[in-house]
Design a protein around this ligand. Structure first.
Ligand SMILES: *[C@@H]1O[C@H](CO)[C@@H](O)[C@H](O)[C@H]1NC(C)=O
Ligand SMILES: *[C@@H]1O[C@H](CO)[C@@H](O)[C@H](O)[C@H]1NC(C)=O
Ligand SMILES: *[C@@H]1O[C@H](CO)[C@@H](O)[C@H](O)[C@H]1NC(C)=O
Length: 176
């Protein structure tokens, strides 16, 4: 009887914690996506991506910028090269706002997808079962930032080389 009560209390407490954590839903979504991307990478023999703060800042700003764009059919924008960088005229300004030297973004890649209501499983497969999969499974990339806004999810993938470090100009030793 005691253990039933303890179990019930644990149950209630857990639910209370879940309720209280509603405002940080975005973090849960990011965790789910990161775990999904990394288990996909593991299956391909690639090391897991680490969360990257500056890339996260940029991903958020890009998501904010494109949130009102309609979803392309199939969720994944079709561009000649992956990423939407060339189509964002204020990209340099966004990069600067995140205190990133634009010269340290050249080897990175930006991967936006649009899924109505950002259904988590569909967002994940838009990365793993689309032309983006070649970037998502690449050993070239080591870090990731995830931006979420409206129906859009934006991944910014970073490398461990200077040109993909997304470091600030002053940060000479960040990538060694
Ligand atoms: C990544 O996936 C592509 C197919 O999309 C495959 O050809 C390639 O070998 C994979 N790369 C790695 C590192 O597993
Ligand atoms: C980026 O590199 C170019 C050419 O090497 C240089 O002129 C420019 O000042 C650099 N930008 C920054 C923000 O350091
Ligand atoms: C990507 O998301 C769209 C919804 O925007 C969905 O229709 C499509 O099936 C998804 N594609 C993949 C490969 O998961």
């Amino acid at each position: 009887m005691l253990s039933v009560r303890v179990g019930l209390t644990t149950f209630l407490v857990t639910h209370l914690i879940l309720l209280l954590s509603v405002p940080v839903l975005g973090d849960d979504e990011r965790d789910y996506l990161l775990q999904g991307l990394n288990s996909y990478r593991r299956s391909q023999g690639a090391a897991p991506l680490q969360m990257h703060d500056k890339a996260g800042c940029l991903a958020d700003k890009i998501a904010d910028e494109i949130q009102d764009r309609p979803c392309p059919p199939g969720g994944v924008p079709t561009t000649t090269s992956p990423g939407i960088r060339p189509q964002l005229t204020n990209y340099p300004a966004l990069v600067k706002e995140c205190n990133i030297d634009i010269n340290n973004t050249l080897d990175g890649v930006i991967l936006p997808v649009c899924v109505p209501k950002r259904v988590a499983t569909l967002v994940l497969t838009n990365y793993t079962l689309s032309p983006y999969s070649a970037s998502v499974n690449s050993t070239k990339y080591t870090g990731v930032g995830i931006g979420l806004e409206d129906d859009w999810t934006v991944l910014v993938l970073t490398t461990n080389t200077a040109a993909g470090s997304f470091a600030s100009a002053a940060c000479f030793t960040c990538f060694v």
